[in-house]
Write a protein that binds this ligand. Structure first.
Ligand code: PYC
Length: 310
């Protein structure tokens, strides 16, 4: 493997590692086609970049790629320690702040292409980004699941750029002191979704589980379990979009009303519905990111852990 150049940032506590050089050759075609090639052939590279000892399970990678459309500022493929993501809200905020730091984008509106569609990303200042996400929608409402060790759980299946199972409340409090219990409960729910064949549209696996509850300082506080088993330190942009789509479907959130979603670490995203059409609920999100470091990752062929701990 050749050296990989990265810029790390965090968005509301959740890390993003933007790969600016040294990525795999994914050939030509749409980002969805290049994502399929990445999933089929790049597990070693992915693990080497994201897993310990160079990264960790909560980190999300953002591989910069040529966009699908010539007027887009960038194409991006988000990935984590177990696979790739359709979209990533916190990662898009981190990406724009990183591109600004590199001098590749200025303040104003930009288009970023992802494998699940293009998103708008407006840089308001060098740390504040507003995203116009891909349309979100609720796929199934009030799905009842019998979860071994947890009991009966009722939740919604929704799309916000990734697939989510959203549950109101959890057995443990939605705070940092209870992340182990929340993680265990969310993993049990995800296993029950798989066992009972509950999926997103077209049989897509539901790889994120989200709990929402009240917050004294925001409209909701959420906990999101990510595909590899880490929890999202940010309020999760795609999860917030899925939540907002469910609130809209229940008649609880009208377009243009501000919604503040808070994470278990206390970081926040402002969200609102811009409009609703046949494609779904068009959600806008605003958050902040900060660059935390730059690095050249090296992969010594003699290093038994060059592909990460797995
Ligand atoms: O912000 O959309 C998000 C996200 C997905 C997984 C981790 N963060």
């Amino acid at each position: 493997m050749i050296d990989v150049q990265v810029i790390d940032s965090h968005t509301g506590g959740e890390p993003t590692r933007v790969v600016i050089a040294g990525g795999p050759d994914l050939g030509s075609g749409t980002l969805a086609e290049r994502r399929a090639r990445f999933d089929a052939a790049c597990a070693d590279w992915r693990d080497a970049v994201i897993r310990e000892p160079r990264g960790h399970a909560a980190m999300v990678g953002a591989l910069l790629l040529p966009p699908d459309a010539p007027d887009a500022a960038a194409g991006v493929l988000f990935f984590n320690d177990v696979g790739s993501l359709g979209m990533c809200g916190h990662g898009t905020i981190g990406l724009l702040v990183t591109l600004c730091e590199l001098g590749r984008v200025g303040l104003g509106a930009h288009r970023i292409d992802t494998p699940v569609g293009s998103v708008g990303a407006t840089l308001h200042d060098p740390h504040t980004v507003e995203i116009a996400n891909v349309p979100a929608y609720r796929h199934r409402a009030a799905v009842a699941l019998d979860v071994p060790g947890v009991g009966r759980v009722v939740g919604d299946v929704a799309w916000g750029g990734n697939w989510f199972f959203l549950v109101h409340g959890a057995r443990a409090d939605l705070d940092l002191a209870h992340v182990d219990a929340l993680t265990a409960e969310a993993k049990a729910i995800r296993a029950a979704l798989d066992a009972s064949g509950v999926t997103g549209a077209d049989g897509a696996a539901i790889d994120h589980v989200e709990f929402n509850g009240p917050s004294p300082t925001a409209d909701a506080r959420g906990f999101v379990l990510c595909p590899g088993g880490a929890y999202d330190r940010s309020p999760c942009g795609t999860g917030t979009s899925a939540h907002v789509a469910c609130l809209h479907a229940d008649g609880r959130l009208a377009p243009r009303r501000a919604w503040r979603q808070e994470s278990v670490v206390g970081s926040g995203f402002e969200a609102w519905i811009e409009h609703v059409d046949g494609d779904g609920v068009h959600v806008r999100l605003r958050g902040q990111a900060y660059v935390t470091g730059t690095a050249t990752l090296r992969f010594d062929p003699r290093d038994p852990f060059r592909f990460g701990l797995r």
